[in-house]
Design a protein around this ligand. Structure first.
Ligand code: MTE
Length: 319
């Protein structure tokens, strides 16, 4: 299990409001889960040679399935793009493991086609259809976005997807719908960590309708020009680049329109650490990671964190 740094500032308020036994258990719990501190990221995202070869071979299969999507030049990033192998070997996918550099290996055998997705709840036109049918109906484009994890690592990735707004226009939410709730698949035979009953499976995330309709909000089905490999959340995931990465739920099976604010996975697990809103903000430190700086995986580049991850022009008006 990796080291974890628990700053004093985090322990004190936790201890004040929680009975001692529960407090100690929660610390042990975080440690058991292997949720690592920034200090343990010793690889600087540079995977070992054998790992590079392994993942390159794995990606060959996905590269056969290219997606016909033009790059949308409106969304450009000045920082260098992250190398594909680096992005594919440094992942968070807790259903499989809490060890980022081994996710790519653990997801081997995870079949992501065929895949049914249901759009339900407070909508005029509910739908249940195969993901490839959905892809055919949606306007695909490529967008290069910055991506920022709350653990302070960051990357620049070319996603292929469609604006969530295109789907919302199709299903037509009723005026009573205020939120969109999204769920990941649940199958402990495939995703062994889902047997851990201390975690509120299946992974759940949510957005307000206004956030879901925002031009930046993408339902992503590909990366680097081809369909998603499983470690990135195949066959369809969310990308909301102004929010911390945990909002960008992977392998979605259900999108439900509701009038109740969803309790997202990490907020249910550790409510003092993870909010519903989760907008990137250098001025609001996470109890375990200062958010002042970020580092790019696959390089030693560090940058000051930008409010809304640099996307304030598109989203600041929402808050
Ligand atoms: N979605 C599911 N279902 N399970 C997860 O563990 N991890 C989240 C998010 N989506 C996660 C998830 C977190 S914490 C991050 S940072 C991103 O996925 C990582 O996306 P990537 O592995 O494609 O870089």
């Amino acid at each position: 299990m990796a080291n974890i740094r628990i700053p004093k500032g985090w322990e004190i308020p936790e201890n004040q409001v929680t009975p001692e036994s529960a407090y100690i258990n929660r610390r042990k719990f975080i440690r058991d889960l292997g949720i690592v501190g920034a200090g343990t990221l010793s690889l600087f995202g540079t995977p070992a040679c054998a790992q590079n070869r392994g993942v390159a071979k794995q990606l060959e299969e996905y590269k056969k399935h290219t997606l016909d999507a033009e790059n949308n030049e409106k969304y450009t990033v000045t920082r260098p793009q992250t190398d594909e192998i680096t992005a594919a070997t440094y992942n968070n996918y807790y259903e499989f493991t809490s060890s980022k550099t081994t996710v790519w290996k653990r997801v081997e055998g995870f079949e992501t086609r065929p895949w049914e997705i249901e759009i339900s709840g407070m909508v005029e036109n509910p739908m249940k259809l195969d993901v490839d049918e959905l892809i055919k109906q949606m306007p695909l484009e490529e967008r290069i976005y910055r991506f920022r994890c709350v653990e302070t690592w960051a990357m620049v990735v070319p996603w292929v997807g469609f604006p969530m707004k295109a789907l919302i226009d199709k299903v037509q939410p009723k005026s009573s719908a205020k939120y969109v709730e999204m769920l990941t698949f649940f199958d402990p035979d495939i995703a062994p960590q889902q047997r851990d009953a201390r975690m509120p499976w299946p992974y759940l995330e949510g957005l307000t309708i206004e956030e879901a309709m925002n031009e930046l909000t993408l339902l992503v089905v590909g990366v680097y020009g081809h369909i998603l490999p499983p470690q990135h959340g195949a066959p369809v995931r969310l990308i909301v680049p102004w929010k911390y990465g945990f909002k960008s739920i992977k392998s979605i099976v259900s999108i439900k329109f509701t009038d109740k604010k969803p309790r997202n996975f990490w907020n249910r697990l550790l409510p003092r650490e993870y909010s519903f809103e989760a907008n990137v903000n250098p001025n609001v430190p996470h109890p375990r990671w200062s958010q002042a700086m970020e580092w790019m995986i696959g390089s030693r580049d560090r940058y000051p964190t930008k409010i809304y991850n640099g996307y304030g022009d598109s989203v600041a008006h929402l808050y």
